[in-house]
Design a protein around this ligand. Structure first.
Ligand code: XIL
Length: 394
């Protein structure tokens, strides 16, 4: 049941907002098409440009503001594509392994069975980063997804705690001193599950109850006292009832953790933005971030990209809307001085999880990231650069 990251399970990942949009009813499809047209008109400003003269890489621009810029990547892509690897070296001061530090994702199997750890791919990633003076972000120690196939059969109430503790001790211990920040607990809030404190009915919750969160942070802190320990979540960026409920629940969780002395130092705002979502409210987002910061937590923009699934196909229009969103969103979040790190979930459209998880129905390639398929900087790159340049120094 809690198997690896299959496409079916993963439809619940990231921008769950889009999950319910599909319908076979022709009438509804007509309404939907009209609404999409309306959205595109509202979102697209044909006069908007993203001019930029200075082409200094993102990592230097960020550094000048006291920020760390990085991106996620997969082992298989860095190994097979030296030109891509070069782009990471140029643009990034931080690498977030996309699969290799999860229990099991893609072709990466950190946990081949309950008694074993295979650090081969993850070690390669950490080594790649270190030899290029990049920091590393660890995602994710405790999550309800990307669990190995053996998980359902082998894990139960009796052994879940020792398995969790051993996993965190071993993995965090293995990389002690080498990781900037760990997503210790990922996506533990889901108000729609109807449980106390809006906790998600994850297998960890089912087996261990609400205290698994505090336990995970304590074990991680003991295994590496130098890493920034973070709680990471999605679905928090928009002015929708779902996102609002989740913001409140996440805030309550962070407050509880801080007040009970859990060793948590940061909050990760995933930021899988939805290209066609109009309900973006800068004031609510600002307030949420400042509420998080007032708890004494740092903030990481941990998985930024723009889902362009529902945007008009023409590349010029689509890129302009995507770039506009990057600039609008970042101008709000980078204003918050507690934000110390900015990570995009991939660097080039050549390799992005959205090709699989949120493909376009017209078959056009998705364009969610700063570099295009040819590894060329596009307007999204310039939008990010402009937003960083405009951000206050921290
Ligand atoms: C995703 C990866 O990008 C996919 O390739 C993988 O199969 C599933 O996980 N939230 C997270 C990330 O915290 O770990 C997810 O990464 C995307 C949503």
């Amino acid at each position: 049941m809690y198997s690896r990251c299959s496409r079916r399970r993963a439809l619940t990942l990231g921008a769950g907002v889009l999950a319910g949009l599909g319908t076979a009813i022709a009438a509804k499809a007509g309404v939907k098409a009209a609404y999409r047209h309306y959205q595109a008109q509202v979102l697209d400003d044909p006069d908007r440009t993203f001019d930029l003269v200075d082409l200094t890489p993102l990592k230097q621009r960020a550094q000048a503001k006291g920020l760390i810029f990085g991106a996620a990547a997969r082992h298989q892509d860095l190994v097979s594509d030296p030109a891509l690897a070069d782009c990471y070296r140029t643009e990034c001061a931080l690498l977030a392994p996309e699969w290799e530090l999860k229990w099991s994702a893609g072709n990466a199997r950190l946990r081949p069975d309950p008694a074993q750890f295979d650090f081969t791919m993850a070690d390669w990633m950490v080594d790649f980063a270190q030899t290029r003076q990049m920091q590393v972000r660890g995602n994710a120690l405790v999550w309800h997804l990307c669990l190995p196939d053996w998980f359902t059969e082998r894990v139960n109430r009796q052994n879940a705690e020792s398995l969790l503790v051993q996993h965190i001790q071993t993995v965090v211990g293995h990389y002690a001193g080498k990781v900037q920040s760990w997503d210790v607990v990922n996506e533990a809030i889901e108000p729609q599950d109807g449980q106390a404190q809006s906790l998600r009915r994850s297998p960890w919750w089912e087996f261990l109850g609400p205290d698994y969160i505090d336990l995970a942070f304590r074990v991680a802190a003991a295994a590496d006292p130098t890493a920034i320990l973070a709680y990471n979540d999605y679905g928090l960026e928009y002015d929708t009832p779902d996102n609002e409920a989740k913001r409140q629940a996440v805030l309550r969780l962070l407050e509880r953790l801080k007040s009970q002395g859990t060793p948590i130092q940061a909050f990760g705002l995933q930021s899988h933005l939805v290209g066609n979502e109009l309900r973006f409210n800068p004031e609510k987002l600002r307030r949420f971030l400042s509420d998080v910061a007032s708890l004494g937590l740092k903030i990481l923009i941990s998985e930024l990209d723009v889902i362009d699934r529902e945007l008009p196909q023409p590349v010029e229009t689509r890129d302009r809307i995507v770039a506009g969103l990057y600039e609008d969103f970042l101008s709000v979040v980078l204003d918050e001085p507690a934000v110390i790190t900015l990570v995009t979930w991939g660097l080039s459209d050549r390799y992005t999880w959205l090709t699989e998880f949120h493909p376009r129905s017209d078959g056009a390639a998705v364009r969610p990231l700063p570099l295009d398929q040819a590894l060329t900087r596009k307007s999204a790159w310039r939008a990010i650069a402009r937003a960083i340049d405009a951000a206050p120094t921290r």
